[in-house]
Design a protein around this ligand. Structure first.
Ligand SMILES: Nc1ncnc2c1ncn2[C@@H]1O[C@H](COP(=O)(O)OP(=O)(O)O)[C@@H](O)[C@H]1O
Ligand SMILES: [Mg+2]
Length: 389
């Protein structure tokens, strides 16, 4: 089968993964510290689509290959409940542990433990911990925060018993922040005491994530080392595009490479999407013209229609009005308010929320713009009106 030069819709790895060595190296050092009882917990903060999940994916791969630290990756996005989270942690810990060590006998033991009626029938530390977790999980009266505690305690007990280490990787952590201060405080308390487990959090609601680390009132104040994830530099994007096109013998002039990179504004996600679209339209050995780039870009925006529509519908009506106004190049708060037909004071709260979630940016005081250039183009074409007030 012919290999494609770009990947869309899943974490990038191998030759599809570009740059980010610094971020990965730092994460590896921080997490591998746990092997010497000197780990720090860390947090990746960056806008949507900048490549956080891909970095975490590659971190987990490297840990699996080169260390005694076993990764437990949990995508916290839209988790229905705390108990779901707790179960995921336990299940992933077990499967990653068995995968890493080949200790299938342990799995069999746990199945037996599940059938035991009395705690006294179980003796190994992690098995007791697993037994307690399972009992509490089945008891509908159990406080869900307790389940989270038990799950994380189980991970530590497994690590101790087996002489291994774990890195609990919590992607889309902002959704856990929404569970509130109480849950965060408990999490912090457990995390603090663990010796064989370290944590890597990641989130895209930039201000909310920053507050988690830097606000004095936050339970995680000064508990996390931040690793910022920014957009890719233009030169990195251009080199990457060039090498991927070379790979399938596609001919393209430097000026056109530049054009593609400009459309993508350093977002690896858009680099992959636009690259793939172009590859699909010209094929191996073909050549790319400026007109094809424009057409492919239109195609990319269209292909994201459902996703953007969904995402856009998660905002309140006022927030949506504001987003459309900003996409239509209204940058001052007063202009945005006028376009949204609101009083200035009635949009300030929404502006702040949109900033907190990293949907809009303030490149200069008093100036707003959309963080995501493609979402901005989509909004403009979706809501092109003929009233140019
Ligand atoms: N370092 C990278 N090199 C190449 N492509 C990447 C890289 N990081 C991300 N991508 C591409 O961008 C897409 C979105 O990245 P992802 O890691 O899911 O971003 P985030 O988690 O920040 O929203 C991925 O599916 C992949 O195609
Ligand atoms: Mg992600």
């Amino acid at each position: 089968m012919q290999e494609t030069p770009f990947v869309v819709g899943k974490p990038a790895e191998g030759e599809y993964f570009v740059n980010r060595e610094r971020e990965l190296e730092r994460l590896l050092l921080l997490t591998r510290g746990v092997e010497k009882a000197a780990s720090s917990n860390s947090v990746l903060i960056g806008l949507r689509r900048t490549g956080k999940t891909s970095i975490l994916h590659n971190l987990a791969r490297r840990l699996r290959r080169n260390s005694r630290v076993i990764p437990i990756t949990i995508n916290c996005y839209g988790l229905a409940s705390k108990s779901r989270f707790a179960r995921l942690v336990v299940d992933t810990a077990i499967s990653e542990y068995v995968e890493k060590t080949g200790d299938k006998a342990y799995m069999k033991r746990l199945v037996k433990v599940l059938g035991e009626k009395a705690k006294s029938a179980v003796d190994k530390v992690s098995e007791v911990s697993f037994w307690e977790f399972s009992i509490k999980l089945r008891d509908l009266r159990t406080d869900e925060d307790i389940l989270i505690e038990e799950a994380l305690r189980y991970v530590e007990s497994l690590a101790k018993e087996k002489g291994v280490y774990f890195a609990v990787i919590l992607d889309e952590f902002q959704d856990i922040i929404e569970w509130g201060r109480q849950t965060l405080k408990r999490l912090r308390t457990i995390i603090q005491d663990q010796r064989r487990v370290c944590y890597v959090l990641s989130g895209s609601a930039t201000t909310i994530m920053h507050n988690l680390v830097y606000e004095e009132r936050s339970p995680f104040y000064r508990q996390l080392v931040e690793i910022p994830v920014g957009k890719l530099e233009k030169d990195v994007v251009k080199k990457f595009l060039k090498s991927r096109f070379d790979f399938v013998r596609i001919k393209i002039a430097d000026s056109e490479i530049d054009k593609i990179a400009t459309y993508c504004e350093g977002y690896p996600d858009y680099v992959q999407r636009l690259g793939l679209e172009l590859y699909l339209s010209v094929g191996s050995g073909g050549s790319i013209t400026a007109a094809q780039i424009e057409k492919a870009y239109e195609g990319v925006v269209q292909s994201l229609d459902g996703e953007f529509e969904n995402y856009f519908s998660t905002f309140s009506p006022t927030e949506r009005e504001i987003l459309v106004a900003i996409a239509r190049e209204k940058s001052k708060a007063s202009e945005i308010a006028r376009e949204a037909r609101k009083h200035l004071q009635n949009i300030s709260k929404e502006l702040r929320i949109l900033m907190n979630y990293g949907v809009i940016e303030r490149p200069m005081t008093g100036q707003y713009r959309m963080a995501d250039p493609v979402l901005s183009d989509w909004l403009r074409s979706r809501f092109q009106g003929n009233t140019n007030s």
